[in-house]
Design a binder for this molecule. Sequence first.
Ligand SMILES: [Zn+2]
Length: 286
Amino acid sequence: MFSFGSIEVKELGLPPKYKSIVQWKNKNNSCWLDTLLTIIVFSVNIRAAINRNMQELALFNRLSTLYDQCQKRHSDTSTADTNVVVEHDIYNQLDFARSYVLNQLRQKLPSLSPGDHESCFEMFSNILKLGPLSKLFSVTLRWEFECDECQYKKARRVTTEITSFPSTTPDFHPLNASFHRSCFTCSAQNQLMTMVMERIPPCLMLHFEQGLPHNRFKVLDFGIQGHLYSVTAAVQYINKPFNHFIVWIRDCKANKWLCCDDLNPVSSWQSRPPKIPPGEIHMVLW
Ligand SMILES: [Zn+2]
């Protein structure tokens, strides 16, 4: 009998690069969880953190180890005659691992019911706390506001794992990241609130309530404080004909993308960047 807790904790290699990748299969509206777990198992920086701290991050170590084993088995079977029994077992094991993580989450969030369509944005910090992975995503930034009309100025320092933009300006970039809001004192419309990052973590996650102005991810790569930040994952939030999350994973070295959609759980790397409708770009990880 398969037991997630008995998976041996060991050093992880790089995320899988097999031509064909098998994903978690949607079960009871699990796309929010499948998306978040996929981001974790494909993050090079998270894997490095897991290797530095194997015992404390044992949950995510086991999750990544199991994921890698499933990819190897999938790759071995897809080169031979497709083995239905093996593929069935792979989905079962991925499902066991997902249930294990969901149970851990429910111990912290008793109101969480299996089958609820949760928000990737809202559940993101909760998933990190299971690790604990929060430190890896913890950014310190200033929100700076200035009103053109009354010259009112305001700055607020925040430390958070995910920064949310209610909207974006047409020239949005992580180093030029603003949104419009009304003035706090004179109520003038369309004044700028700007994010200025002070301490940037290895993994930077931003959330966009109304999407981004464009889908050209390459121009969102940036350098700061001597480090290069490349887009490594983008969560797509589709709301028609039903609410659904998909995540696109980018292999920066090979510059390839993988669409991870739990309604279509076998996919292949592609050289073409994803053409996500900009309004559906929900979260971006650098
Ligand atoms: Zn004002």
